[in-house]
Design a protein around this ligand. Structure first.
Ligand SMILES: [Mg+2]
Length: 241
C-alpha cells in the first residue's frame, strides 16, 4: 500500500447503504482516508445526488460513470459543489421506452410503481424493474445477490447493444453510452494528477458480472472488495493504519 497515490471509492453499498445518507462511522473513515490520500468517489449516480447523500462531505466526485465530474470546495464556511465536467448525450426517449416495454414483456416484470424508466439529465438511463417510485425496503429485499438481474442481463444487453449495461443499485439496470465506465473514468481522473494505474486503490462492492465496479475489478487497479458497507473501516485498515 505504500506506493498508493489515489484512492477511488464506490458509494452505494460500499460507503453507505443504497441511496441512504452517510453514517457517522464511515464519515470518520472517509475523513481518515482524505487526510492521508488524494481520494475520489466514483459513482453511478449524478454528482449532486452523491454530494447530498454524503452530507456535503469535502471529496471530489466522478458521477454517472464518468459523464460528470465535480470538485467540492470549501467556500464561506460551507462545502460547495462545482461541476467541472458534464457530458450530455441526446437519446430518443420514445424509442427507449419502447425497448423497456419490450423487455418488461419478455421478462415478466410488468408491474411497477411510478415510471417504467428514468431518464437522467446526462442521457444515462436507469431501467428500474420495480419502477421509479418503488419503496426502498422493497428494492433492498428484491435481489440482494443480484441473481434475478444476472438471469436477464443478456436480454437487456442485447436490447441496448449500442450502450454499456450495468446491474446497478438494488433492483435496476444502468444504461450509459459505450465509452463510459468507472475504470475509464478513474483512469482519466488519475491522469490529470499524474497518477499511474498501479498507484491507485479502489474500494467497491459490485465487482461481479455486469456489476458497476466490474471494469475496475478486471483492471490492474488494486481492488478491495467491500461486501458490507458496515465493514468499510476493517476493509480500509491496511491503508490508514
Ligand atoms: Mg456499489
Amino acid at each position: 500500500m505504500n506506493k498508493i497515490k489515489l484512492v477511488g471509492l464506490d458509494l452505494d453499498g460500499t460507503i453507505t447503504q443504497h441511496k441512504t445518507k452517510l453514517e457517522e462511522k464511515n464519515k470518520r473513515v472517509l475523513q481518515e482516508i482524505c487526510r492521508k490520500y488524494k481520494a475520489v468517489i466514483v459513482a453511478a449516480g449524478a454528482c449532486q445526488r452523491v454530494f447530498e447523500q454524503l452530507n456535503r462531505f469535502k471529496i471530489n466526485i466522478i458521477g454517472n460513470y464518468g459523464m460528470q465530474e465535480a470538485e467540492v470546495i470549501e467556500s464561506a464556511g460551507s462545502n460547495q459543489i462545482k461541476l467541472v465536467k458534464d457530458i450530455t448525450v441526446h437519446k430518443n426517449r420514445a424509442e427507449i421506452t419502447d425497448k423497456i416495454e419490450r423487455l418488461r414483456k419478455m421478462t415478466g416484470y410488468l408491474g411497477y410503481q411510478g415510471d417504467t424508466v428514468e431518464f437522467h439529465q446526462s442521457g444515462a438511463i436507469t431501467f428500474p424493474l420495480l419502477g421509479t417510485k418503488a419503496k426502498l425496503e422493497d428494492k433492498l429485499s428484491f435481489d440482494p445477490n443480484r441473481l434475478k438481474r444476472r438471469e436477464i442481463y443478456h436480454l437487456v444487453k442485447n436490447e441496448f447493444s449500442d450502450d454499456t449495461v450495468f446491474i446497478g443499485g438494488t433492483s435496476s439496470f444502468d444504461i450509459v453510452p459505450k465509452e463510459f465506465n468507472k475504470y475509464t473514468a478513474l483512469m482519466n481522473y488519475a491522469e490529470k494528477y499524474g497518477v499511474k494505474e498501479n498507484e491507485i486503490v479502489y474500494f467497491g462492492d459490485d465487482y461481479g458480472l455486469g456489476g458497476n465496479d466490474e471494469h475496475v475489478y478486471q483492471s490492474k487497479i488494486k481492488f478491495v472488495k467491500v461486501d458490507d458497507y458496515l465493514m468499510l473501516k476493517e476493509c480500509v485498515e491496511a491503508l490508514i493504519c
